[in-house]
Ligand binder design. Structure first.
Ligand SMILES: NC(=O)c1ccc[n+]([C@@H]2O[C@H](COP(=O)([O-])OP(=O)(O)OC[C@H]3O[C@@H](n4cnc5c(N)ncnc54)[C@H](OP(=O)(O)O)[C@@H]3O)[C@@H](O)[C@H]2O)c1
Length: 285
């Protein structure tokens, strides 16, 4: 049986359909607050899962910047609680990290062998989570995701959801083209996790759709796929100042999975197209 934390979030919304042949227990706040060690232990010892898919996190990067204690409590110590609980029953753990651990220059694409250097509080907290998992467990998978795409009309508060909303009323949009990242369609991501956790090849992996790009590129692709009559103008990120600094490049490639010959991820344009089809047919959960 697989126990899932943070199951009501964007990635969590694809777990039930993807793991439909597995017994799964979906948990989220308030009944499973990963910051509360006793609560975590009680639930983990009740269900005794063979694996915990740890998705729970504070994912608001700017909120983390303003409240580091909240960020480290949830995104680092919460990870420690889950890792210790896995250790206590011999369960495997899946932890999701982020390309934000990197601080690359525009155009740079990182492999697992590049050194992390997180720029903001969210990414530092997620990176410390990685180190805790590696220190406490042997049977773990850490998957670094990029710019997550998913959730559909109900849950998509991220870039694609915002663009679709803006396109309802605007004829022209300004979109940042000086930050480089790796789109990661959450459905592809969860399907990928399902395949890789069957291998027993424990360790840290990048798991993103292939072909890094800027947000401007993503917006252009949305307009093209949906045949919208909206003009997209490239702008510098200085145009939209944010509390948390972002690296010029947090783009990644799935180098270790390529080397093993088990990279399951399609290109980001394919992932985006499937997502927009799902959205159209209202198939997103
Ligand atoms: N979204 C991205 O762009 C992105 C990129 C790279 C990596 N990741 C990582 O991918 C994983 C899944 O992210 P996601 O996109 O699905 O995020 P999400 O949509 O924000 O979902 C996270 C879920 O965790 C819950 N949660 C927050 N604090 C919790 C706590 N203390 N105890 C238990 N549950 C808690 C949230 O509840 P509330 O909504 O009530 O707070 C939410 O349901 C996270 O580890 C995240 O760091 C995300």
């Amino acid at each position: 049986m697989i126990l899932v934390t943070g199951a009501l979030g964007m990635v969590g919304s694809y777990v039930k359909e993807t793991f439909n042949d597995e017994e799964i227990v979906l948990t989220d706040l308030p009944e499973m607050d990963v910051c509360q060690k006793e609560l975590v232990f009680r639930l983990v010892h009740k269900y005794k899962p063979k694996l915990i898919l740890h998705l729970a996190a504070e994912t608001d990067v700017d909120k983390c910047e303003g409240d580091p204690d909240h960020a480290f409590r949830t995104n680092t110590m919460g990870v420690q609680n889950i890792a210790l609980a896995c250790q206590s029953i011999g369960a495997e753990m899946v932890y999701i990290s982020t390309g934000g651990v990197f601080n690359g220059k525009l155009g740079q694409i990182h492999t697992e062998f590049d050194l992390p250097n997180p720029l903001n509080v969210y990414s530092k907290a997620k990176y410390e989570g990685e180190r805790i998992v590696m220190g406490l467990l042997n049977k773990y998978y850490i998957f670094r995701a990029g710019w997550m795409i998913g959730g559909g009309a109900q849950k998509d508060k991220k870039f694609v959801g915002k663009i679709l909303e803006l396109c309802k009323t605007r004829k022209e949009l300004e979109i940042v083209n000086d930050k480089f990242g790796s789109p990661t369609f959450a459905k592809d991501f969860v399907r990928g996790i399902k395949k890789i956790i069957k291998t027993g090849d424990y360790g840290l992996y990048h798991l993103v759709n292939s072909g890094a790009c800027t947000r401007y590129d993503i917006a252009l692709e949305i307009i093209k796929l949906l045949k919208l009559k909206v003009k997209i103008n490239p702008v510098s990120s200085d145009r939209f100042p944010l509390p948390a600094p972002r690296a010029e490049s947090e783009a990644m490639r799935n180098y270790k999975l390529d080397l093993l010959g088990i990279n399951p991820m399609p290109g980001w344009k394919e992932g985006l197209a499937e997502y927009l089809e799902d959205w159209d047919r209202k198939l997103c959960l």
